[in-house]
Design a protein around this ligand. Sequence first.
Ligand SMILES: Nc1nc2c(c(=O)[nH]1)N[C@H]1C(S)=C(S)[C@@H](COP(=O)(O)OP(=O)(O)OC[C@H]3O[C@@H](n4cnc5c(=O)[nH]c(N)nc54)[C@H](O)[C@@H]3O)O[C@H]1N2
Ligand SMILES: Nc1nc2c(c(=O)[nH]1)N[C@H]1C(S)=C(S)[C@@H](COP(=O)(O)OP(=O)(O)OC[C@H]3O[C@@H](n4cnc5c(=O)[nH]c(N)nc54)[C@H](O)[C@@H]3O)O[C@H]1N2
Ligand code: SF4
Ligand SMILES: [Mo]
Length: 759
Amino acid sequence: MHSTATPATPATSATPAATAVTATHCPYCALQCGMGLTAGSDGGVEVVERAAFPVNKGALCGKGRTAPALLSSRVRLTEPLVRSHATGKLTPATWEEALDRIADELSRARAEHGADACGVFGGGGLTNEKAYALGKFARVALGTSQIDYNGRFCMSSAAAAGQRAFGLDRGLPFPLADIPRTGCVILVGSNLAETMPPALRYLTELRENGGTLIVVDPRRTRTAEQADLHLAPRPGTDLALALGLLHLVVAGGRTDEAFIEERTAGWEEARAAAMAHWPELVERITGVPVPQLRETVRMFCDAEASMVLTARGPEQQSKGTDTVGAWINLCLATGRAGRPLSGYGCLTGQGNGQGGREHGQKADQLPGYRKLTDPAARAHVAEVWGVDPDSLPGPGRSAYELLDALGGDIKTLLLMGSNPVVSAPRAAHVEERLRSLDFLAVADVVLSETAELADVVLPVTQWAEETGTVTNLEGRVLLRRRAVSAPDGVRSDLEVLHGLAERLGHGKKFPTDPQEVFEELRRASAGGAADYSGISYERLREGEGEGVFWPCPRGEEGEGSAEGVRGARAVHPGTPRLFLDRFATEDGRARFVPVAHRAAAEEPDAEYPVLLTTGRVLAQYQSGAQTRRVEELNAAAPGPFVEIHPRLAARLGIAEGEAVAVVSRRGRAVAPARVTTAIRSDTVFMPFHWAGEGRANSLTHPALDPVSRMPEFKVCAVRLEPVESPSGTEAAAPTDKAEAGAPTGAARAAGGPGLSGQG
Ligand SMILES: Nc1nc2c(c(=O)[nH]1)N[C@H]1C(S)=C(S)[C@@H](COP(=O)(O)OP(=O)(O)OC[C@H]3O[C@@H](n4cnc5c(=O)[nH]c(N)nc54)[C@H](O)[C@@H]3O)O[C@H]1N2
Ligand SMILES: Nc1nc2c(c(=O)[nH]1)N[C@H]1C(S)=C(S)[C@@H](COP(=O)(O)OP(=O)(O)OC[C@H]3O[C@@H](n4cnc5c(=O)[nH]c(N)nc54)[C@H](O)[C@@H]3O)O[C@H]1N2
Ligand code: SF4
Ligand SMILES: [Mo]
């Protein structure tokens, strides 16, 4: 239980305040664990178990459990900040001043340089309503094509591969509850035990039911420790690995010819491409011994049903789309897709990583997962928006390309729900681009490293203070309910967009009530791939709030309302399982993609002889903007580190705990060495949650996948150098337990004392 000073207020006036528990969801990852919020004994907010919610059955990780700490006004922003022309410092301002300033700057950039001089950057943590409103704001209020979001850094390769093969991208095509009932799971580059701990239960149950688990990860993670078989490939070689497995499937006569014939297209070319990847070659490329390859094929094909699940390991590569395509080919060739308890799925990452990519904040998309280049889609959405289809801009740049263009033809940026100074690849360059802007506006809950660079910072409400929908990694649309009132001085993202739109002459088109926005989203998504038109807030409140799986078109009786569900069978039930009858392509067949292995954009050489890969730890979330402000989480994961094998450490004379400099062609990072046999000896690992000296993204390579435009976060070449004197400690963000009266907002922005509030 964790409490804060924010008083709990009832979610609806109908609920008595004293004992009210508001059923809601965690602010962090894509599992979207159900939790209850109630008033704590000390007047703060307490998290209580919501055992009936099916996804996590009451279980939470430490991040979810401690999330109320962020509601405390000690760690968050509670007043707008505007950079003073006189002092150059961020200074408290009124909302009117802040919004006027942003609107003026946006109008000026547009008048001087055209609408595309205004950039917009969103986030996969934003609710569906916010993501929808942000995309509409860019296209309607600004008229800019230059919008994208951090989901591009997340699961865009899997999304692109899913589109290509199945004609549809939904992270998991089946509920998590199917996992324990299949026979074999190959989990590729997911450290579920640390990134979605309550979901580990599904893998444990799989094994208890006699199923087998194969984990593919260059590190022996907590997840890999659960596996029956752990393959530890060299980072960046999953494509070769998947092709090698397919080669063995073919050579061993284990293809499902009837399935290939009836439900797929393109097998001959894919087969030929796989046959070029014979086992010994694949062993040479990946470092995975041939007997392990054979054992993998045996376990996968012996099971009556099996699944391949990927996460960021194989996806965050400059060949992520083809890599996921190769794993999908393996599923298709063995008939492990579009059948009960079998299939390929991607474990989406952010709280609304799934919904965030469906409703229009992506550079090339309109709501309902429609294409911005499709005339019919443009006409439909333009009608809902009440604008001329010709007024809608075309597709813009992908996230990294957009960040790279800042200060060039993009003069101003409005950023909502991301902290790219820490999380973008080649971060020093991105930071420099942000600084080169004429104007930067950031809406955030806290003063993130990116907000610190802004000309205007807007303090916004967060999860427990607002209502909205999110779509979890299963494609399950859920209602997050408001449980507490926000502190004075804070407004919602929807209010921010309304306030700006009003100043730009489009206020009426941007309602501030989330339910009203959702009603519009339903209409905009109707008939699209991600059709939400049959889903309503009423329906999401029903039962245990277990949600509705999209696609969920509007039933003939019209309403997706409570009454409709009971009264008319015309109400669509939602779609927990996709592709069982047909794939979402025009002819209903899945597409094999002929792919061949290729090297990473940057392979080790004499100068940079070691591979760097990056990822996460249990107690910190993403750029750490939120979790580094929670004392309990900082205690569990206080700072960055470099995971290094004892052999490599010995060769370089690096001892456990000693500061080590990791140097790439992009920059340098310093962190203590963590010597462990759980990693390959040609590879080091750094988590990316910290800013400053230990920032992993100072090193990473911005090479992009040609299809998904995903950067290569998981592979680059580095060299290691011992550091003479121990490195300085990070300036910690103020935490929830910082001394009372620690400066917030302006004082911190102005570099006031009290920054090291950890303690
Ligand atoms: N604690 C915590 N949980 C989170 C998050 C967080 O920041 N912290 N973020 C959320 C989000 S947005 C996301 S996207 C998910 C991410 O969830 P995961 O994908 O599980 O997280 P990562 O740690 O990025 O990467 C997973 C594993 O990929 C391995 N890996 C590295 N390189 C390669 C490679 O070349 N091939 C293969 N096969 N594996 C490789 C790493 O060793 C790592 O163990 O987590 C979500 N949950
Ligand atoms: N090296 C390396 N880099 C990576 C990755 C990796 O594996 N390795 N993974 C990548 C992945 S998968 C991801 S998803 C990205 C994520 O990286 P970021 O995009 O930086 O994600 P967060 O740290 O979650 O940033 C969210 C910001 O929005 C704020 N925020 C939270 N909720 C709201 C809201 O409702 N409204 C507004 N306005 N603000 C809000 C938070 O306080 C925070 O400052 O990082 C990527 N970067
Ligand atoms: S697993 Fe994800 S959704 Fe569940 S409590 Fe942890 S961070 Fe929140
Ligand atoms: Mo992510």
